[in-house]
Design a protein around this ligand. Structure first.
Ligand code: M6R
Length: 608
């Protein structure tokens, strides 16, 4: 959500800023702007796509200068408009500020400044930061930054330039990601690595309230007391291609196709000699034996992984597991203590509600294990243990390979716990592990049949509503399939358990309504066939996702089928979701939707 980029060096800043912002488009935005210093501060910003700003700036040529900051804004305070876009500039014109996050006490601060004669031009909370900086400024920018972070409450990643101090960029963050890139004679700030990867692989990750002061040949770090601090340089190992489309039309399709490989990377290093080896966590067998209750807390797609996990945990481990969306969990009174294990799932590792839930869990004495994709993210840093998904950067707003790899980590955790708690025989454990190791190849086989799904999408992409039904793990997969479809194709869809249909939703079924029935869970196949009959009797057209061995049985009831290989029950969603990710993609593509950046959505939801 919102993207920040900053440059100080010998080259022209604006072309780099525009390029860097384009790499952050996936975060979601509705306006963009840059501020570049060239004898004075020049600010250009505009509502709409980055291409609009790019046009105004003629690719950056129209704005000379070698120091600058840029921003893509996702509106929170004040509608998307030129004036509400960032950078926001202080009344006296000395400070330009880009901001990601929310200043929660902005109104109180704004009123305070207005009473002192400061004039505001925008509706944003960010302008308060720019105005406060100038208000506190006494020829010492660092001092002003320090005072501002003492006054503001909420979350922020800030990039700041000052007309009196044009050879420096100031950066600070709290609860919102910000990295500093180190180059040769040039340095950078950014919300995320892809923005600066064309220039450097050497980065520092700012922690809460750490301040960075960037010059062309130097980067200095301070804590909030202004004491100099040392920070560890990190080398980004993944390839720049991982953050590019690599010949695909959309990141989403690229990431769908990357799933088999991502699964291999997540699974294979963690299985050795028929045992799950989780070197990266410190949870001992004794601590595991002490766990009396497990919570999984997450948002969106990551939450849907938790719904699958519940079936796996309770079936194999017989430990009660509650799954909750983070925005609910943090405001209820869950029963947490030192015997509770809280598993936090987040692709970005920065989701505000999930982070708040993590902090609440830790405060209560529970042990927190997180499953995260972005290395070094806040959730990863604050957890007792982290298992990374190693999916590589996920750029498309719609999560695909994160879902698959998060599921794989869940299977690893369940099998690891089963092994440490001794609840499976060696034979059983081997069978589960064999299936887990087959998963990448099986996923590849499911993705090989894209044309079938493309054809099906071509018949139904104009539908107004669709319904997904399933039972047990198939219901869990239905939730994710429905979210995928609605978020990128804007087709209204709902997911229901097969058994709930007759308690209300069946009244929505009429002639021609499309129902997608996931029927891979063998134990309840016959029950699902009854549900398929029920909706067909009301006129529905039914597409079934089922296993190869059930193809014939399904053919007798449904209209269309897509078959997947058989695998351990709780791993089925890893395969059944694949054709449905493709289905969502093709429907969105045929409708001409902005697949990688669906309306109103952001990749990383860093505000509540
Ligand atoms: O980064 P996180 O996994 O914490 O993000 C959680 C959700 O915002 C995310 O999964 C969202 O639902 C995606 N758009 C789903 O495709």
């Amino acid at each position: 959500m919102c993207g920040i980029v900053g440059y100080i060096g010998e080259e022209q800043a604006a072309p780099f800023l525009l390029n860097g912002l384009s790499k952050l488009e996936y975060r979601g935005y509705d306006s963009a702007g840059v501020a570049v210093y060239d004898n004075e501060l020049h600010v250009v910003k505009s509502k709409g796509r980055l291409s609009v700003l790019d046009g105004i700036l003629q690719g950056g040529k129209a704005l000379p200068g070698t120091v600058g900051i840029g921003h893509t804004r996702w509106a929170t305070h004040g509608a998307p408009s030129d004036v509400n876009s960032h950078p926001q500039v202080s009344d006296g014109g000395k400070f330009a500020v880009v901001h990601n996050g929310i200043i929660e006490n902005y109104l109180e601060l704004k009123n305070h400044l207005i009473r002192r004669g400061v004039e505001f031009v925008s509706d944003t909370d960010t302008e308060v930061v720019a105005q406060l900086l100038e208000y506190y400024y006494r020829n010492d920018v660092l001092d002003a930054v320090q005072k501002v972070i003492r006054r503001v409450e909420g979350s922020y990643a800030l990039g700041i330039i000052c007309a009196d101090c044009p050879e420096k960029i100031f950066a600070v963050r709290k609860d919102s990601p910000l990295i500093v890139g180190a180059g040769q004679g040039e340095n950078f700030i950014a919300s995320d690595i892809p923005a600066i990867l064309s220039k450097t692989r050497d980065i520092y990750r700012l922690q809460d309230k750490e301040i960075a002061v960037l010059e062309r040949d130097n980067i200095a770090f301070f804590n909030e007391e202004r004491e100099p601090i040392e920070k560890q340089l990190e080398r980004v190992e993944w390839d720049v291609d991982a953050a590019e489309k690599g010949g695909f039309e959309h990141f989403m399709m690229k990431e769908i196709c990357e799933q088999p490989e991502a699964l291999r990377k997540t699974i294979s290093p963690r299985i050795k000699e028929n045992k799950v080896v989780l070197d990266d966590i410190s949870l001992t067998a004794e601590q595991l034996r002490d766990v009396s209750r497990v919570f999984i807390v997450a948002c969106g797609t990551s939450y849907h992984v938790g719904v699958v996990a519940k079936y796996a945990f309770e079936k194999l481990l017989k430990i009660p597991l509650e799954v909750d969306v983070a925005s609910e969990f943090r405001y209820r009174d869950p029963i947490l203590d030192e015997h509770t294990l809280v598993i936090i799932i987040s692709q970005s590792g920065e989701t505000a509600d999930t982070l708040a839930a993590l902090r609440m869990a830790k405060k209560s004495g529970a042990r927190v294990l997180s499953i995260v994709n972005v290395v070094g993210s806040t959730i990863a840093n604050e957890s007792d243990d982290v298992l990374y998904t190693w999916a590589g950067p996920e750029i498309a707003v719609a999560s695909t390979k994160a879902y698959s790899t998060q599921l794989a980590v869940i299977y690893l955790i369940v099998l690891y716990m089963a092994q440490e708690l001794g609840v499976l025989s060696d034979k059983e454990r081997k069978e589960y592990l064999d299936d887990l190791q087959r998963l990448p190849d099986l996923a590849e086989s499911c993705l090989a049949d894209k044309e079938k799904i493309q054809y099906f999408a071509s018949r139904y992409f104009n539908a107004g509503d669709m319904y997904f039904i399933g039972r047990n793990v198939d219901y869990a997969a239905s939730l994710e399939a429905s979210l995928k479809l609605k978020e990128i194709s804007y087709i209204h869809s709902e997911a229901y358990t097969g058994g709930e249909l007759k308690h209300g939703p069946i009244s929505l079924i009429e002639d021609g309504t499309l129902v997608i029935a996931i029927c891979t869970y063998d134990r309840l196949f016959d029950k699902m066939m009854s549900n398929v009959k029920e909706v067909k009797a009301r006129g529905a057209v039914v597409l079934g996702i089922t296993t190869h061995d059930r193809e014939e049985a399904f053919r007798q009831e449904g209209d269309f089928r897509f078959c997947i290989p058989k695998i351990t029950d709780f791993m089925l969603p890893s395969l059944s979701i694949l054709p449905l990710q493709l289905f969502a993609y093709y429907c969105a593509s045929m409708k001409g939707c902005d697949i990688d950046k669906p309306r109103n959505l952001a990749k990383s939801v860093t505000v509540e």
